[in-house]
Ligand binder design. Structure first.
Ligand SMILES: NC(=O)c1ccc[n+]([C@@H]2O[C@H](COP(=O)([O-])OP(=O)(O)OC[C@H]3O[C@@H](n4cnc5c(N)ncnc54)[C@H](O)[C@@H]3O)[C@@H](O)[C@H]2O)c1
Length: 272
């Protein structure tokens, strides 16, 4: 059985590259009209993603959106209402990482990571809920919010405490609003996704920073990448497409009884 998202509208944040790009392409290929969003500075990359989707006969458009800026959420959700009438799927994918010993970390860095990884997700949910409720009323399978947390939102890891703090917040935020929206009969399902190490620019950045700190006995980013692969029982990094496959399920009506769940897509890393 193939998954069909025809007639649905999805908004994906941080969709110019990495996991978000794979999510946007996958949802569009399944038939959804996809609003590809990312920072205005990522316009060229985002435009290429949209161009490839449209060239394949599917539907997408780009809207600039810095998720930490409330007025930008207001403007993008207003556009979605005017153009599509409502929203079926919100994928809060955009995020940033910080790799540093705690004692060198500043309050400003905590505020920076919180503004994006926590406030950005809160703002997205808050401003998209009225649009998602409209679809929840019309579709017994419910509208769907998918929030990106991390394996680091479940387990602790050295040199990533602020990132773990932010991703742990997303895990329980997602569960709490899943319960609240069910109790309020919004018919909006909410789930968090917890990737392990996935082969994107974020992991390249992490391996460089961690090897410079000598983490796990490594001294080069190549050694760190190998150490990353050994962190999970499957012994490799995940691909952006493997994360997009999980999002596809949660976005679709096939996951109609799934809410408040934390889906690990981590090669078994957090099962250990
Ligand atoms: N790659 C991994 O190993 C991994 C592991 C666990 C969790 N995650 C999570 O998965 C999500 C995607 O990660 P990725 O590896 O694709 O990251 P990435 O760094 O490759 O891409 C992130 C995207 O988000 C965008 N972005 C950054 N700040 C933004 C902002 N303020 N507003 C809007 N867009 C912004 C970037 O421009 C970029 O396109 C993130 O939430 C990340 O924390 C990734």
């Amino acid at each position: 059985m193939s998954i069909d998202l025809s007639g649905k509208t999805a908004l994906v944040t941080g969709a110019a590259s990495g996991i978000g790009e794979a999510v946007a392409r996958t949802l569009a290929a399944a038939g959804a009209a996809v609003v590809v969003t990312d920072l205005a500075t990522q316009f060229d990359k985002a435009a290429a993603v949209v161009e490839a989707i449209v060239a394949g006969g599917d539907a997408a458009e780009f809207r600039a959106l810095d998720i930490s800026q409330e007025e930008q959420w207001i403007s993008v959700t207003k556009h979605v209402r005017e153009r599509y009438g409502a929203l079926d799927v919100l994928v809060n994918n955009a995020g940033v990482v910080l790799v540093k010993p705690l004692v060198e970390t500043t309050l400003e860095e905590l505020r920076w990571i919180s503004r994006i990884n926590i406030e950005g997700v809160f703002l997205g949910v808050k401003h998209a809920v009225p649009l998602l409720r409209l679809r929840g009323q019309a579709n017994p399978a419910g509208a769907s919010i998918i929030n990106f947390s991390s394996a680091m939102g479940i387990k602790g890891y050295p040199f990533g405490s602020l990132y773990s703090m932010s991703k742990g917040a997303i895990r329980l935020f997602s569960k709490s609003i899943a319960l609240e929206f069910a109790q309020l009969h919004y018919n909006i399902r909410v789930n968090s996704i917890h990737p392990g190490l996935v082969d994107t620019a974020m992991v390249a950045h992490e391996s460089e920073k961690l090897s410079a700190l000598g983490a796990m006995g490594t001294s080069t980013s190549e050694e760190m990448r190998q150490a990353f692969q050994n962190l999970n029982p499957l012994g490799r990094l995940g691909t952006p497409q493997e994360l997009a496959n999980a999002v596809l399920f949660l976005a679709s009506d096939l996951s109609s009884f799934v809410t408040g769940s934390e889906m690990t897509v981590d090669g078994g890393e957090t099962a250990q």
